[in-house]
Design a protein around this ligand. Structure first.
Ligand code: GSH
Length: 214
C-alpha cells in the first residue's frame, strides 16, 4: 500500500495528515510551496489545489473526502461509523454543515485578504462573512452542549474535519461568547496528534492584515 499526500503547512491538508497519523499509516509527503507547483497535483485536482492524494496510485481530492475514505478503508480504527448507520448520517451532516456554513465564509475572507491579486480583493465582504460564520458556529455551540465530541460523544474523523474549521474560527477570535464551541476548539488543539497548532501564527497574521485592509 502506498499513500502519497501533497500538502502545505496548516491548510486543509492538515486534516489528511492528522487522519493518517490517527490511523498510524505510513505515507509519503510532498510538502511546502513546491507541492502547489507539482505536476501531479494538477493531474489529481481539477483546480490544482491542496490537499491532493494518491492511494495506491488512485487520485483523490477534497480534504473531507480523503479523510472519510481513509477512515472507511481502515474500519478497525473505528474513526467513523459504517455507511447505513445513523451515526454515519450525522457524520455527513456535521461535515457538510461545517464546510458550507462555517469554513466557506472563513475561506472567502482569506481569499480576499491574501490569495487573490490585490486589485481584486474586496474587504467589504469581511463583516458579512464573519456574521455568517458566527451563525454556523452558534448552531454548533448548541449542538455541543454537554458533549465533548460531535458523534456519539466519541472522538472521530468528523472532529478532525469539523475541528479544523472550528479551530480556525477560534484562533481568529470568532467563537468568543460561545463556551461550548470554544472548549471544543481547545480540545481539538490539545489532542496529541493534532497538527493544527501552528494555525495560531497564521490567524495572527490574518487578523493583522484584516485590520490594515478595513
Ligand atoms: N475544499 C478544499 C479546499 C482546497 C483549497 O482551497 N486548498 C487551498 C489551500 S488550503 C489551495 O490549494 N489554495 C490554492 C488556490 O486557491 O489556488 C479541501 O478541503 O480540500
Amino acid at each position: 500500500m502506498t499513500l502519497k499526500l501533497y500538502e502545505f503547512a496548516v491548510t486543509r491538508s492538515a486534516r489528511v495528515r492528522w487522519t493518517l497519523l490517527e490511523l498510524g499509516l505510513p505515507f509519503e509527503s510532498v510538502a511546502g510551496e513546491e507541492a502547489f507547483a507539482h505536476p501531479d497535483v494538477a493531474a489529481i485536482h481539477p483546480l490544482a489545489k491542496l490537499p491532493a492524494f494518491r492511494d495506491n496510485g488512485r487520485p483523490l481530492f477534497e480534504s473531507a473526502a480523503i479523510c472519510t475514505w481513509l477512515a472507511d478503508s481502515h474500519p478497525d480504527a473505528k474513526l467513523i461509523a459504517p455507511s447505513g448507520q445513523w451515526a454515519r448520517a450525522l457524520h455527513d451532516q456535521w461535515t457538510s454543515f461545517t464546510l458550507s456554513e462555517i469554513e466557506a465564509y472563513l475561506w472567502h475572507t482569506a481569499r480576499n485578504l491574501f490569495i487573490l491579486p490585490e486589485a481584486e480583493r474586496l474587504p467589504v465582504v469581511f463583516p458579512q462573512n464573519e456574521a455568517a460564520a458566527k451563525r454556523g458556529l452558534a448552531a454548533l455551540d448548541e449542538a455541543l452542549a454537554g458533549k465533548d465530541w460531535l458523534i456519539d460523544n466519541r472522538f472521530s474523523v468528523t472532529d478532525i474535519i469539523a475541528g479544523f474549521a472550528v479551530a480556525w474560527a477560534y484562533t481568529l477570535g470568532m467563537t468568543e461568547g460561545m463556551g461550548n464551541v470554544s472548549a471544543y476548539a481547545e480540545r481539538i488543539l490539545a489532542r496529541p496528534l493534532c497538527p493544527y497548532g501552528a494555525m495560531k501564527d497564521v490567524a495572527a497574521a490574518e487578523q493583522a492584515k484584516a485590520g490594515e485592509a478595513l
